[in-house]
Write a protein that binds this ligand. Structure first.
Ligand code: COA
Length: 247
């Protein structure tokens, strides 16, 4: 039965869930305002002398938006550099909870909208995720959403498919925690699957479309997992148990 003996011990009697605080909102609003200011000043100094005629305004607005996002990424990295978010449970009314709230506001207001609305084209997502702290190897492409990139490590030649979700945080009632997710080399995670906190997907594994890899699951090398919750159905290289015989 779900929840009777969860991956991180028995589910607790629910206390109040974490609640966003005013100081966290105020700090984020302050950073946001400074990013707007810096972006405006940068664009003004960089482009004011350009003879762009009727395209001048368009160029200024586009440059402003790019600069704004760049300064927000920079601010987020500085914040997390100064106050790193540790793995594990986050208690209420602690400094770590405060950092988590500000970190979350960055994602809710800036980074998630950019990714979920595909404003950042898929080939450029990797760049954004790496700037936000993800470790992503050569020739790997996360087309889906990595909700907390700094907690995601991806090897070489791996793919996270369209609309897949890689979610290193846990929010269950009053429980709030981060557990890193590791994706090995040559891993294929198909469209719309969800990889939960603490999961490890070893080299060569395949996760089928719409599969749910639950918290802390270890998918072994070359294993093929499908379904909700996902279960192993075979191995690459001849030991497949699927009826179609693919791949
Ligand atoms: C449903 C949920 C609360 C259960 O957590 P839990 O009590 O710690 O459960 P476990 O991960 O130990 O799993 C217990 C069993 O339920 C199954 N299970 C877990 N989540 C499931 C889900 N969403 N659907 C179907 N089965 C699920 C597991 O496979 C496991 O089955 P088993 O005992 O046969 O191996 C948790 O899986 C969940 O969905 N959490 C939300 C994650 C989250 O915060 N996401 C980000 C939000 S933005």
């Amino acid at each position: 039965m779900i929840g009777s003996h969860g991956f991180w011990g028995p589910v607790r009697i629910a206390k109040k869930m974490h609640k966003m605080t005013l100081p966290a909102i105020a700090l984020f609003a302050c950073i946001y305002s400074f990013a707007i200011l810096f972006a405006g000043v940068t664009v003004w100094f960089a482009l004011r002398t350009l003879p762009l005629d009727s395209f001048r305004e368009i160029a200024m607005i586009a440059s402003f938006l790019i600069c704004f996002v760049f300064y927000m990424i920079l601010a987020q990295r500085v914040l997390i550099g100064m106050r790193p978010l540790p793995f594990g449970e986050i208690e209420q009314r602690t400094h770590t909870e405060f950092t988590y709230f500000v970190h979350t506001l960055f994602f809710l207001f800036i980074f998630n909208p950019l990714i979920e609305t595909s404003l950042v084209p898929i080939p450029l997502r990797k760049v954004l995720y790496v700037l936000l702290g993800a470790q992503i190897g050569k020739n790997s492409f996360p087309s889906g959403v990595l909700t907390d990139p700094a907690f995601v490590k991806m090897g070489k030649n791996s793919i996270v498919g369209l609309q897949a979700l890689v979610v290193p945080h846990v929010i269950e009632g009053d429980r709030l925690a981060f557990y890193p997710i590791e994706i090995g080399n040559n891993v294929t995670i198909r469209a719309q699957s969800m990889i939960m906190a603490g999961a490890q997907i070893k080299d060569g594994a395949i996760i089928g479309a719409q599969a749910l890899i639950t918290k802390g699951t270890v998918v072994g090398e070359n294993e093929i997992w499908v379904g909700t919750p996902a279960r192993m159905v075979g191995k690459r290289g001849g030991q497949t148990q699927t009826s179609s015989g693919c791949p």
